[in-house]
Design a protein around this ligand. Structure first.
Ligand code: IVH
Length: 710
């Protein structure tokens, strides 16, 4: 740490000085992460932390060979994995026997007692976290591998993704009896507040909601871009330590040791001397778990002594020394009175069940989601049925079944509407989608209203003095239909004054808010336009890349798809949106109204102009840099990225596992195929940018020539 404090600007030409600085920064950042995430201590302000991280990131980009495998920069991700390799588990990942009854727990205890032939024993009780099982390998204190459960014998290697879990040490702290090479098993999960935030964001963006935190965690772990995984804020709790030999006498000692190595272990576990104490623990958490910020679905009970565990052994599927008690899913039975159909911002129709109010898991449930038409059919629902509603890990209650024995004779089958319940337009169901949609984008009132609400929402234009309710009233009165109409309100002051609950003061506030919204930066305006799939992050990426709405409008879907974090589905949706004349007119009106349609301020200074006039396609998985980094490097040196190979393309940059079709095509068009290393040769090295065409660039084939190196 002192080394860091003392270090002035380093002359980074000396690779051992760089290496030392990388080591010192990594050590310091590992330490700060441990303090922050394990001990809740902020030693330095966030900004300073970010500066240290940025410095390390830069050094690693400039000297990829010196980057440490477990660098703290791994937390922010950036690795792209096209397909996860699989690995065999050194110790199979078994599951636990489940029970929902206390009698079964007593029987389990009797079996343990018999198995141990009367010897004294104790239990450890832990919360059963409802996430995704993960096996981590630590060698010489370094995290070297993360593998999912898979089929219990082989799982997916998702190391880059688990490295983004902030509470997980990439390097262990020394601790008692630390094995040189061991595995830690535990649960990767998404904390409930993070899950709620993610779903709120998805709702705002018009995306389908995630059913529960477990699905959210498992979906996140399967993402190919670890930077996106990092954004999902996953967490991990360790619950067992596996080594070839025995390092600890009992499970509780292993849990304590894991904690002392810096691994996150939930401090909710308890030693229980008897089955009565176990049942007390089970009862205590039956309600307390609702205040815990992590989804739990039960309690895991384990015999503490490891020799006794061996003595009890395993059945084919699960250990005889442990059992999972599962809390019954919180369910209630109530009547289905009506089905309403909600039309969202993107026209998606979602059926909502209107129920006779019923108490469930601490709240009164009046409505439940029915997801889509398939769900209604699957459940064979009729109006008037008595239905089961569950809350489980889900935030929104759902209907899980029908009590057919209580079906009233007068129950009426539900007829899914074929026309939009709001505007009467025939519904369509795009191929591959579960939802029916109302295609009347320009005339369907709930869609128009939802788009206005989105435009004024906090993360978009955030117009002070104009809330969802007021904009809804304006819409109903025909004062505003699209966002651009909002900017005509100042001219309609006379009409506003005649409105109920619209005093001079609220009008002043409203008009001031509208004026202030002209200063809202372009990325938020772009988000506010409500283009399908263009959420906050995508809007930021597109705005940063194209800088003006005109440049963005002129871009083809293919070009947009090459921008980091913008996939082809998003790109096609955005490009179609810009082609519609109504949207072009709307943009023109917004421009007239003084809304920001370009990034203000200086354009970022390019690192060099070495790549001006050159276009690149990146394909495959890269070793030294993430795809995002390579794209940024190309752009900041004046080059352009595109998605498809044509004869005009300057270079195809090939990583590992590049598709054979791309290769063929490039060869056909005589486009040079270069490697990641060769691309680096095209770029200026650290320090002064050499002039274009200098000796450094000479060994590479020029555009139009075949690579000699590949
Ligand atoms: S012990 C031999 N402890 O529950 C099995 N599992 O079937 C050892 N789980 O998917 C598992 N919390 O990932 C254990 N405290 C805990 C747990 C736990 C959640 C998961 C586990 C597996 C399932 C058990």
């Amino acid at each position: 740490m002192n080394r860091l404090a003392a270090s002035g600007p380093l002359l980074m030409s000396d690779s051992s000085a760089v290496q030392q600085r990388i080591l010192a920064l990594s050590e310091r950042l590992h330490h700060l992460n441990h303090q922050y995430y394990q001990l809740d201590i902020s030693e330095i302000p966030d900004q300073e932390f970010d500066q240290l991280l940025a410095e390390l990131q830069q050094l690693e980009t400039e000297h990829p060979g010196l980057a440490l495998a477990n660098s703290p920069t791994q937390r922010v991700g950036g690795t792209i994995t096209k397909q996860f390799p699989t690995a065999e588990h050194r110790y199979p990942m078994l599951s636990l026997g489940n029970t929902y009854s206390e009698d079964d727990l007593r029987e389990f205890d009797e079996r343990v007692q018999r198995g141990l032939e009367g010897a004294p024993y104790t239990y450890v009780c832990e919360l059963k976290i409802d996430g995704v099982a993960m096996s981590l390998r630590y060698e010489h204190g370094q995290l070297t591998q993360g593998v999912t459960r898979g089929d219990g014998t082989r799982g997916d290697v998702v190391t880059a993704n688990v490295r983004t879990i902030r509470t997980l040490p990439l390097a262990l702290r020394p601790g008692p009896n630390q094995p040189e090479d061991f595995e830690v098993r535990g649960e990767v999960f998404m904390p409930l507040p993070v899950f709620a935030e993610l779903n709120a964001e998805r709702e705002q963006n018009g995306d389908a909601l995630l059913a529960n935190p477990r699905n959210a965690a498992s979906g996140a772990l399967k993402l190919q871009n670890s930077a996106q995984v990092a954004a999902r804020k996953l967490r991990f709790y360790a619950y067992s330590l596996l080594t070839p030999g025995r390092h600890f006498a009992c499970h509780s000692a292993a849990l304590e040791a894991l904690g002392s190595y810096g691994l996150p272990v939930s401090d909710t576990w308890r030693r229980c001397a008897t089955i009565t104490e176990v049942l007390d623990f089970v009862h205590q958490w039956a309600t307390q778990r609702f205040d815990f910020p992590v989804a739990t679905d039960g309690i895991v009970i384990k015999v503490d002594d490891l020799r006794q565990q061996d003595q009890l052994g395993y059945t084919a599927k699960s250990p005889r020394w442990a059992i999972a008690y599962k809390y019954p899913a919180e369910a209630a039975r109530t009547r289905l009175n009506e089905v309403l159909y909600n039309v969202g911002r993107t026209g998606a129709v979602t059926p909502v069940a209107v129920l006779t109010p019923v108490a469930l898991a601490g709240t009164v449930v009046k409505r439940a989601t029915l997801h889509n038409a398939n769900q209604i059919e699957l459940l064979d629902l009729r109006l008037g049925d008595l239905v089961y509603v569950e809350k489980g890990g889900e935030i929104i209650p759902k209907i899980t079944g029908v009590d057919l024995s209580a079906r009233p004779a007068e129950a009426v089958p539900i007829v899914y509407p074929t026309a939009c319940p709001a505007c009467g337009t025939a519904l369509v169901r795009p191929e591959g989608e579960a939802h029916f949609r109302c295609p009347n984008e320009r005339g369907c009132p709930p869609q128009l209203k939802a788009r206005l609400e989105h435009y004024i929402s906090r993360k978009a234009l955030n117009i002070d003095g104009l809330g969802a309710e007021t904009v809804g009233r304006f819409f109903d009165l025909g004062l505003v239909t699209t966002p651009a109409d909002i900017y005509e309100l100042p001219a309609r002051r006379a009409e506003l004054v005649t409105m109920e609950r619209m005093g001079q003061k609220s009008i002043d506030n409203l008009l001031a808010g509208i004026e202030a919204s002209q200063q809202v930066p372009f990325p938020r305006v772009l988000f506010g336009l409500g283009i399908r799939y263009v959420g906050e992050t995508v809007a930021q990426k597109l705005a940063a890349h194209y800088r003006t709405i005109d440049a963005l409008r002129a871009a083809s879907a293919e070009e947009m798809a090459a921008v980091p974090e913008v996939g082809s589905v998003i790109a096609v949706a955005a490009s179609e949106w810009f082609q519609q004349p109504e949207n072009q007119r709307e943009l023109e009106r917004l421009r007239q109204a003084g809304v920001q349609l370009e990034v203000t301020g200086e354009a970022p200074v390019p690192a060099s102009d070495r790549l001006v006039g050159l276009t690149f396609v990146l394909s495959g998985v890269f070793e030294q840099h993430s795809r995002d980094e390579l794209q940024q490097l190309i752009i900041s040196n004046g080059g352009k990225i595109t998605g498809s190979i044509s004869k005009k393309l300057s270079y195809l940059v090939a990583g590992e596992n590049m598709g054979p079709a791309k290769r063929e095509k490039a060869l056909g068009f005589k486009v040079p195929i270069i490697s990641e290393t060769e691309l680096m040769v095209l770029l200026p090295g650290p320090g002064e940018a050499p002039a274009v065409g200098s000796a450094m660039a000479a060994p590479l084939p020029g555009p139009g020539q075949q690579s000699l190196l590949l």
